[in-house]
Design a protein around this ligand. Structure first.
Ligand SMILES: CC(=O)[C@@H](O)[C@H](O)COP(=O)(O)O
Length: 256
């Protein structure tokens, strides 16, 4: 069972709500994924529409919402979005996302740290989206973040774990859950993140933009479980050179 802040999760696959062809497909894919934590961008929520295409179906499914501050370019903007989300959605959970650069959507470490510090002091459960920076992740843990969300590769790029070696260091050092987020483009990438020891993964684009999002959501759910099992089982050591599978060759000497 995964625990983040005060909440237990049986699924280690978190999902997003963007890029789906329709609200219906989104709902069905999230249900198929088994995800219990679903992120949604504050900028996409229409608070005036009672039967909003995104919000209403999620709330009726009983999943925990993880509002994100996507679109914020500074700590000030992110704090404003967070306060709005707490007031309008009634949750203190927050995926803190600050990326000033529209081409690569790289998270700004300085603004993210400043905003995280302020939001933690306001009682938010902060899950910051960050570059796979082990030092920054430690600092965010020290100031009280509930989890860290280092990137695999740029959002929506489907490139997989480009940051693999740094993710390993983050996982090794972390005393809070590590959720690998962004760029996970195939179930095999999610499986790999879990094999490395990630506590969970967040996947949006690869599911939403698949030809069959419901089927892909199921594939991701299985991949995450398999990766977790492999991590718990303990992967064998790797070697640069060959290591004989059957090293007992003494019997050859007894051949006439
Ligand atoms: C919805 C959300 O928060 C995404 O921005 C998240 O980072 C997932 O990234 P992918 O879309 O690459 O899966």
């Amino acid at each position: 069972m995964l625990k983040i802040a005060d909440t237990d999760f049986s699924s280690r696959l978190f999902t997003g709500t963007g890029k789906f062809a329709s609200g219906r497909v989104m709902q069905d894919a999230i249900a198929a994924s088994g995800s219990e934590l679903v992120t949604l961008a504050m900028k996409r929520v229409d608070f005036k529409a009672g039967s909003d295409d995104i919000l209403a179906p999620l709330l009726s499914r009983g999943v925990r919402l993880l509002p994100n501050t996507s679109g914020a370019r500074t700590a000030k903007e992110a704090i404003f979005a967070a306060e709005l989300s707490r007031e309008m959605l009634g949750t203190e959970w927050l995926k803190l996302e600050i990326h000033p650069d529209p081409k690569y959507l790289m998270p700004c470490p300085i603004e993210t740290f400043l905003a995280a510090k302020e939001l933690v002091s306001q009682g938010f459960k902060v899950l910051p989206y960050v570059h796979a920076d082990p030092v920054l992740c430690r600092r965010l843990e020290e100031i009280g973040c509930a989890a860290v969300m280092p990137l695999g590769s740029p959002i929506g790029s489907n490139q997989g774990l480009v940051s693999r070696e740094f993710l390993k260091i983050i996982i090794e050092q972390a005393g809070i859950p590590v959720v690998v987020d962004a760029g996970i483009g195939a179930p095999s990438h999610a499986c790999e993140a879990m094999e490395l020891g990630a506590d969970a993964v967040l996947v949006n684009t690869a599911i939403a933009s698949s030809a069959d999002p419901v089927r892909m959501a199921k594939a991701f759910a299985k991949a995450v479980e398999i990766g977790r099992e492999a991590y718990l089982a303990g992967l064998g050591a790797t070697s640069h050179h060959a290591v004989e599978t059957s090293p007992l060759t003494g019997f050859l000497g007894t051949h006439p």
